[in-house]
Design a protein around this ligand. Sequence first.
Ligand code: ZN
Length: 1045
Amino acid sequence: CLQTEKILHLKSHRGRKVRVVREHYLRERVPCYSSLCQADCENDGKVLPGDLTHYVVPDVGVVVDFLEILEFRELQGVVFTQTACQAVQHCKGRRQYNRLRNLIKDPRHDCVLFANEFQEYSYCPREKGESQEKWQTRCVYSAAVWYHNHLAGMKDVVMITEDQDAVAEYSSLNAGVYVISDFLQNFWPELQPAHELYSSISQALQEKESESSQKEYTEHLPAEILEAGIKSGRYIKGTLNINKHHDEASIMTEGLSNKNNDPSWAVLVCGNKNRNRAVHGDTVVVELLPKSEWRGKVTALSEGEEKSGEDNESKPMPTGRVVGILQRNWRDYVVTFPPRDGTQSQSRNSQRILAVPWDRRIPKIRISTQQADALQDHRVVVRIDSWESTSLYPNGHSVRVLGRAGEMETEVQTILIENCIHVPPFSDAQLREMPVNSPEKPWRMDPVQVAERRDLRETHLVFSIDPRGCEDVDDTLSVRSIAGGKLLELGVHIADVTHFVAEGSLTDLEARIRSTTYYLADRRYDMLPAVLSADLCSLLGGVDRYAMSVMWELDAQTLAVNKVWYGRTVIRSSYQLHYELAQALLNGEPAEVPELARLEPEEKDAKLAELNQALETLTHVARHLRAQRDRGGALELEGVEVRAQLDEQRNITALVPRQPLEVHETVAECMIYANHWVARKIQETFPHQALLRRHPPPRQEFFNQLVESAKAMGFTIDTRTNKALADSLDRAVDPQDPLVNKMLRMMATTAMSQALYFSTGLESQDQFYHYGLALDRYTHFTSPIRRYADIVVHRLLTAAIAVERGADSGRAIASNKELEELAQHINSKNRAAQRAQKLSTVLFQCLYFKERDPQTDPQCVADAIVYSIRNNGLLVYIPEYGVKGPVYLKNREGQVVAAGEDGSCEWQSGSLRHYSDRISTTSSCGTSTFRLCDHITVRISVRSTSSHADSLNLEIISNKPHRSAEPQQPHSQGRSQLVQEVVRQAEEAQQQAQEKAARRPKLSREEREFSQSKTPNLYSLLEEVRELALMDLDTAARVCVTSAS
Ligand SMILES: [Zn+2]
């Protein structure tokens, strides 16, 4: 080890220059992370493969300015130098530095870090009078030379730089070490998206140099002053939150005092100057304004706002101004390039365009581009680079073009990007980790595995009950009588996904990043590759499969639990039943079980009797379990109401009104039971490191609207406990109109909190409660094919079993902190999945109605039911299309809706009065009153804007129910037809477009392959259930259940 001195020149924030001398230790051995290493380096972890033609060493300038390009996975064999990394940290700040570190850590990227300044032979001390830039270039070059020599000249090394002087100086010094610019042109001429990104970044860099110096905003204060101010209480720290509907910003303050996100702790930030360049989601520091400037919030009817409980007359709130930003929360944004109308400013060479973000909460972004004409009316992904105090708008650069605004594919991609959902096709490297199962090489179980597992194939009748056409079966059941009839053994057997997905593998990493399978209106993006989700992990009938099982020994009489067994098993499911078939068997109706079709009558009868017995016992047990939870106060919220039928290609063939099948609940109850017992097991073994799911009780004030609405209709809703709420909801039934009870349950659901994953080390045990299911502990174990949480829980259960067997010292799979971080990540991905699903449903609704003339097309007129009364209108629900939205009773001209004798409505001058349970308009026609649960007729049209998502516009045309409506049986076929219709239209449009394709910007390969599965799926229709019903309805309505409510 060699000691030397390293001299650093630092600049303090007051501009004073400081010279610091640091001791610097050099070593002979610094890992090279190359598989070609001849010198026995300690290359732990990722190494560069040997089969590349060359390694790439980017110089400091390239890493600092073009990191995004180095992030393309196509770029292989990249060596990042310590010199470049430190420069990123220094020039670009912590966020960009973390981004680089994550890139280096990420096993999907073929790149490594070389600590060149610690390597005795590659380190070069800075020379007297040498500029920082020159010295850095020399360091990186020296590192490149070291690599070449260290690998005994086996590998050419290319240093890439934007600096022409460096090319001139170094390009021909050493054989085998090249210094070049234009690296993309030279090495990746085909990588079109990278080239476009490159030119857009260079463009933005050039523009930055020519910025004006006039100040538009106050400078931000330095970090030390902000920290001191927060400590002393002079400043407040929080997250900037901009309202989607009225461009109103507020700061949600953080800290112990505001653990419940109490809105009364918010500080309003009014206007752009006070917002001082902070963007939605940034962590900011604010200074309060004097009390004389405090004011109330905006409150009026606007779309999508559902939470009730806040007072309509908002009291004055503190206001403030942003004095500094602690953490930027910039992400990729989708913007629309406006039509060129000559008003946009143009500077010398390029054109500077103010692009409008799709997300209304984000300010316009200034993009410099030479493609302004080609890009007009296109949606483009951009990133913000900077927002200087001299600039009215942030500056950014474009990353890639999605396509023309308004086209289905463009809009779907927009929804994904806006929700930070990145679902590229599974990579080859990932797919190489997968087991093979092909006709030539069929997959077989490993005898070692079979020996280690409990083999249930000969002893247990295992079967699955799923929706018709389901291909990813992740759960199966068994039940049998043991101990001479004294005991019952109930078994839940779940796909053993963790057997195939090793912790830390690429597949695991990708599944973790996705966290869930994403269901959009017309497609889904799987969490796991199909060979697992639809094949080897799918517990199909008649084939051998690995499973994770929970088996209970129950007293045959009392059904009390005698013993629980958890462990890995081998199963062979005998029957793959669908719900209707199982229910028909239970009801004793004639039914054909496909698995028995070829048997002789005698054998068939015996088998059928055995299956019937099992189904009956299962139903008996489930009823008991359900009754137990009911006594504890479990809630039945909005349930499954329509059910879709799938054909073999998983297309929706029909939507049939729901026949409530008890067997749905039976299966769901068994899954809930398994989830509960697994939660107990992992929590008891790892009290501080288990992943559970809790459902916090709702805030009482959110129930105000429900209670008052119900009261207005003559019902009493008791919200003091979940039990009281469940009972009173059950009683609130209008025999004339089943939609009334549905409305009330919808309102109850809106008031609910979301269920969340958490690590048990973070909360005290009384916080573990699952309010909706009325269980003291709960987790997700039963769907590992499509939820990452279940994969984690399977690993925890495996570890717990090892502890029980004494095979392990009791080490948890992750620390409390790691697990909590993971829980937060999964929660946020689940929210993103829900938002994307909801947005895609709205997208399809809009595309459907966009094609129709609202004045003439009967499809555009529908029955709607009032579920909320607002200041200036109503919120209604349209059962036929599953649409919710506002109906305004007063327009901008001050006119109100007046209903004539026959119910038909028109705009007239008049006045409006609003009460808690009704709203009245008065005009020369008289008075019209609208009450909760009234049926009205609305006309549906589309409100289009070029820069944002379209939305549906609902207009009242009669205060009477729509004539063709059948309130007893809302015919929900509309919704599946809607999706099919839109997909068909889009395909036709695409064909037409292809015929004149020449003028369209080319889509990248990645974009074309973006979607993985296009088969319409039933989850599309689940949108509302998910939103309305308790967030745990996953258990009730599984992968291909079709349901909507
Ligand atoms: Zn080495």
